[in-house]
Design a protein. Structure first.
Length: 261
């Protein structure tokens, strides 16, 4: 993994967005894996700035969301279908018909999950996947003990995950207990991964993902198996990294031909 430590959350968003933009600029029809939650908001804000400045276009790109709640109405403002449409598709200029979200309302959820994986493969696979990480180490909604070989499927959300997401709802009771999420095996098939994390509450999860043992107890550690994973964090999220000084040194001395921003 390439570990990039930056002083502020805004810089995290800017540098991660530069990585996404570089992939799409090189391949305008790129397939982009889309994450929700608070972590990637800085990415989308900076990408919007780049779109408005004419630096990059997502008009020919395709998108696949990481996950969706099960049973939540499509029109609910916190369904990920609504969030992706509102925060990503419209501001970045994606063609709505080229962006998919897992169907958490399907009559046959198991079939819908398998069909979602098949749709990703049919699109040629994800070129660059945006990821956040939960305080308990989950990526997507792959909670601790998720198999590294897992595919898109139904998962039960951990109580801590539901509590963390309750801020988006009127009460904890409104937060769904289940989701449909891309599996770790599905995520690892993306050609490039870009994970962002900000704040001290993510420090333990980041340290476990980057420097801890490969373990299903820390789903983020699956990134250690990937050929092209970039982890962009602020100083607070990097607080638990033992080799932080080395990561700073490496980034400061990165050859010009390797830079994407």
């Amino acid at each position: 993994m390439e570990i990039i430590i930056l002083p502020t959350p805004a810089e995290v968003g800017r540098v991660a967005a530069a990585k996404i933009a570089s992939v799409v600029a090189e391949k305008p029809s790129a397939v982009v894996g889309l994450a929700t939650g608070s972590s990637p908001q800085g990415i989308y804000a900076d990408l919007r700035r780049r779109v408005e400045a004419g630096e990059v276009s997502f008009a020919a790109a395709r998108g696949f969301a990481l996950d969706e709640y099960v049973g939540i109405p499509l029109e609910h403002p916190e369904s990920y279908a609504s969030v992706i449409a509102r925060d990503v598709v419209e501001p970045l200029g994606f063609d709505p018909s080229r962006v998919r979200v897992p169907d958490g309302r399907a009559a046959d959820l198991a079939f819908a999950a398998k069909e979602y994986d098949a749709a990703i493969r049919a699109a040629g696979g994800v070129d660059v996947q945006i990821l956040g990480i939960g305080a308990n180490g989950h990526i997507g909604f792959n909670e601790p003990t998720s198999s590294f070989a897992s595919r898109t499927r139904i998962k039960t959300l951990a109580p801590s995950t539901r509590e963390a997401n309750a801020r988006f709802f009127d009460s904890l009771d409104e937060v769904p207990t289940h989701c449909m999420t891309q599996g770790l095996g599905t995520i690892l098939e993306a050609r490039e991964l870009v994970l962002v994390a900000q704040g001290s509450t993510k420090a333990d999860a980041v340290a476990a993902a980057v420097e801890g043992p490969l373990s299903s107890f820390a789903p983020g550690s699956a990134l250690q198996l990937h050929e092209h994973a970039t982890v962009v964090v602020d100083e607070e999220a990097a607080a638990g990294l033992r080799l932080a000084d080395y990561y700073r040194y490496t980034y400061a001395n990165k050859p010009e031909w390797q830079r994407f921003e």
